[in-house]
Design a protein around this ligand. Structure first.
Ligand code: UDX
Ligand code: ADP
Length: 465
């Protein structure tokens, strides 16, 4: 089996950065180089001030501080890193296509293809190429074809090694992974490649948690795992709507069903809707694949998970509008939280974007506070929707660093991310300075019902009447 001494990772994003940092930490004898075409991003990874790394993950800056310059490097010299490495991870972005066939559903593989062509051009000896990005099934085959047909007659072995890390707990998820999945060919060289990658993970994970499969199973498992998780959230969220109409309480229901060991207690928190870069994209991919094989019933079934999620977001926004007497034009509404969940600065597909957009459509005056998300990011998210002009977005919505101060004379507060700090606020002070009746719409079930009502708030908690 080939001994791996040098790893190259193409793409220094949410997946590549943390994953490679952990590999470098756990495998001090392996030199890990993360490359990206984006100079700014690489500069940010190389910054002296570890608090300004491009990605915020608990535990990440400590590892980067410990390994960078020793066996962990960030560089824009893509070709050099490819040339030197025995194993190349592809961790570039695979956004949903915004044009042509499969628009709005299929993954855009343009970045992957460019990577594969580049590897083929540069490689002068045999390489193991690992697809790490979330990809539609059968991408490995496409990569293999490009490499075999355009390469310099060297041998490429393609592995699928999907990422299961969740943002905010990425380092923890990598170090204590439930399982690692390695898909590869069943040929002797395919087996050798699988074993080589397995040996990297065996530095810190027990062998029985490293599962080897064929390539297709590995690729599809990633989509199915995310589809199942998202389905749980959508399932509980649909029930939250029913709870609000009856006297049932969603938390009691989650607890009651979660005690059934077959169902289990995790991922049953009702919310304003799931976000993140993976859930929606992966389900759309699954739907697209199913449809492309004529399996329309299968596609419809999974598509419903996304439809239910969109419903949850719009239901939440509509409830704000109707509670504020069907008119929010010019009313000051403070949004607490813009990230798609706590402990991350990532806002991709965040429910906050959809809720804010719906409120802005009604001409509300919105003020956003998020402890980690930048003002530029918030405006970029809104501008991307193209619902109204950038000027209008900036006129109607402002971003603040003063979460308590801004509630002065506000009509309502909407909690859209479950940041812990919101629980520690002095809600009595906030109540006193808001306009009355003072509304709080809690999309994360963060605060205590009785306390909020005793203070005097009109408090709405998702999943509770
Ligand atoms: C997910 C998968 O968990 C991970 O394995 C995969 O590699 C990438 O996609 P991530 O998107 O980082 O990870 O976040 P996750 O913690 O799964 O949460 C996704 C969304 O669901 C968030 O918006 C979260 O707030 C929401 N959620 C989660 C709920 O609303 N309720 C829950 O009970 C759990
Ligand atoms: P993910 O969440 O999948 O990690 P990100 O968007 O955070 O996605 O990161 C992907 C990174 O891949 C970006 O920094 C982007 O610049 C980089 N990238 C895309 N195409 C290439 C390429 N051909 N060569 C090197 N880097 C690339």
């Amino acid at each position: 089996m080939k001994k791996i001494t040098k790893i190259c990772c193409i793409g220094a994003g949410y997946v590549g950065g943390p994953t490679m940092s952990v590999i470098a930490k756990q495998c001090p004898e392996i030199q890990v180089t993360v490359v990206d075409i984006n100079q700014d991003r690489i500069d940010q990874w190389n910054t002296d001030d570890l608090d300004t790394l491009p990605i915020y993950e608990p535990g990440l800056k400590e590892i980067v501080g410990e390994r960078r310059g020793k066996n962990l490097f960030f560089s824009t010299e893509v070709d050099k890193a490819i040339d030197e490495a025995q194993m190349i991870f592809i961790s570039v972005n695979t956004p949903t296509k915004t044009y042509g066939k499969g628009k709005g559903q299929a993954a855009d593989l343009k970045f992957i293809e460019l990577c594969a062509r580049n590897i083929a051009k540069v490689a002068k000896d045999d390489k193991i190429v690992v697809e790490k990005s979330t990809l539609p099934v059968r991408t490995a085959q496409a990569i293999q074809n490009i490499l075999d047909n355009t390469g310099n007659a060297v041998k490429f072995e393609i592995l699928s090694n999907p990422e299961f890390l969740a943002e905010g707990t990425a380092i923890e998820d990598l170090i204590h992974a439930d399982r690692v999945l390695i898909g590869g060919n069943d040929t002797p060289s395919g087996q050798a490649a699988k074993d080589a990658l397995s040996a990297v993970y065996e530095h810190w994970l027990p062998k029985e948690r490293i599962l080897q499969t064929n390539v297709w199973s590995s690729e599809l498992s990633k989509l199915v795992a995310n589809a199942f998780l998202a389905q749980r959230v959508s399932s509980i969220n649909t029930i939250s709507a029913l709870c609000e109409k009856t006297d049932a309480n969603i938390q009691e229901i989650s607890r009651a069903i979660g005690f059934d060991s077959r169902i289990g207690p995790k991922f049953l928190n009702a919310s304003v809707g799931f976000g993140g870069s993976c859930f929606q994209k992966d389900i759309l991919n699954l739907v697209y694949i199913a449809r492309s094989y004529g399996l329309n019933e299968v596609a419809d079934y999974w598509e419903q998970v996304i439809i239910a999620n969109d419903y949850q977001k719009s239901r939440f926004a509509e409830n704000i509008i109707s509670s504020l007497y069907n008119t929010i034009s010019g009313k000051k509404i403070v949004i607490y939280g813009w990230a798609f969940k706590k402990d991350t600065n990532d806002t991709r597909e965040s429910a906050a974007i959809a809720v804010a957009d719906a409120l802005l459509e009604e001409r509300a005056e919105i003020i956003v506070y998020d402890p980690k998300v930048s003002e530029e990011r918030i405006y970029a998210d809104l501008d991307y929707l193209n619902t109204r002009s950038p000027e209008e977005n900036r006129r109607l919505l402002t971003v603040t660093k003063e979460p308590i101060e801004v509630t002065k004379e506000a009509h309502a507060i909407a909690i859209l991310t479950e940041w812990d700090e919101f629980k520690t606020y002095d809600w009595t002070t906030i109540y006193k300075q808001m306009l009355k009746p003072a509304f709080v719409f809690d999309g994360r079930r963060l605060l205590d019902n009785d306390t909020m009502q005793e203070i005097g708030f009109n408090y709405y908690k998702i999943g509770q009447s």
